[in-house]
Design a protein around this ligand. Structure first.
Ligand code: BDR
Ligand code: CA
Length: 312
């Protein structure tokens, strides 16, 4: 049985690959794509999601969510994802129509319309939509199968020394999501920095060809340049597909159960995911973090999915 997911995202170059991975994997039933302002403004990431859906033949509803965080002002990541949010690539004109519902309603309605334990939420952007869905319909916490999110870091951050971008964009929302009590896997930077798009990965993507292959190659070329410029890295880490990959195949990463809390007040540490490794975790600890990636397995999943989407 394919795993039913709602992908909450801010495309975003790595978000775009996460969408294609979800769509191109028979192990996943993509029920809805919801958008959240993050890598670029809500307007831009929503248009991008519709364009990618058009390119890939995704027919699941795409619904727009929150344009800003719960408390703090908006911040975007144009230095990594470009002014459009999709690097230098011009995506096709969207033909898919935006679902008129708010993303928060789509998340709630989708979870509640399915039997308990069926729908997995996969947020790979700031957590505002997910937090508001919890507040709007608290019963989703009991009803989801689990939450597998890209965000956070146990050691080094990227938005600050210790905070990762998705969490730092809306720490209050992250606090709601991490303290809800549902089974939650944090696929953070410790894990995703092992998902490097090496020259070999680029070469494999280059072999796919066609509009989808060209699109991904163009996006990742921009992404690689941005990581070279901003971080001095030759092979950029592709964060968001790691969360989708874990839903597809548990063997793609090892995990460790650990309580995680969100720092809200620290002057230098706001938005940090504080993982407490001191003790054996309490038996009912609902949170775990990704530790070691099987990179070969990840890239096989991604490449196979891209090839399937390209040949459809
Ligand atoms: C996360 O931030 C965004 O820029 C990426 O899309 C990813 O979700 C990595 O910190
Ligand atoms: Ca993202």
């Amino acid at each position: 049985m394919p795993r039913k997911i709602v992908l909450d995202c801010d495309p975003g170059l790595d978000d775009a690959v996460a969408m294609l991975l979800a769509h191109g994997s028979p192990e996943i039933d993509l029920l809805a794509v919801t958008t959240i302002g993050g890598n670029q403004t809500l307007e831009k990431v929503t248009r991008n999601a519709l364009s990618i859906a058009t390119l890939a033949g995704i027919t699941a509803p795409v619904a727009a969510g929150c344009a800003r965080p719960l408390v703090q002002p908006v911040q975007v990541a144009g230095h990594v994802h470009g002014d459009s949010g999709l690097g230098g690539v011009t995506p096709p004109e969207p033909t898919l129509r935006l679902d008129p519902r708010h993303a928060v309603d789509v998340i709630v309605e989708t979870v509640m319309a399915h039997p308990p334990g069926e729908v997995t939420l996969v947020p790979v952007g700031p957590l505002t939509n997910i937090a508001l869905a919890v507040r709007r319909e608290p019963r989703i916490v009991e009803r989801v199968a689990e939450v597998v999110l890209m965000g956070g870091a146990c050691h080094m951050g990227n938005q600050s020394a210790v905070a990762e971008f998705n969490i730092a964009c809306d720490p209050e929302a992250a606090d709601v999501v991490f303290s809800a009590g549902w089974p939650l896997t944090m696929v953070g930077l410790d894990l995703t920095y092992q998902a490097r798009a090496t020259d070999e990965v680029f070469a494999r993507i280059g072999e796919i060809g066609g509009p989808v292959g060209e699109f991904v190659l163009g996006m990742l070329g921009f992404y690689r340049d941005a990581y070279r410029r901003n971080r001095g890295l030759d092979s950029p880490p592709l964060h968001d597909p790691c969360a989708v990959a874990y839903v597809i195949d548990r063997a793609v990463m090892s995990t460790r159960r650990v309580p995680v809390a969100i720092e809200l007040t620290g002057t230098l540490t706001r938005g940090m995911t504080v993982a407490d490794f001191r003790f054996p975790p309490p038996e009912d600890c609902p949170t775990q973090v990704g530790v070691t990636l099987d990179a070969e397995r990840l890239w096989d999943l991604v490449l196979d999915a891209l090839a399937r989407v390209a040949s459809d």
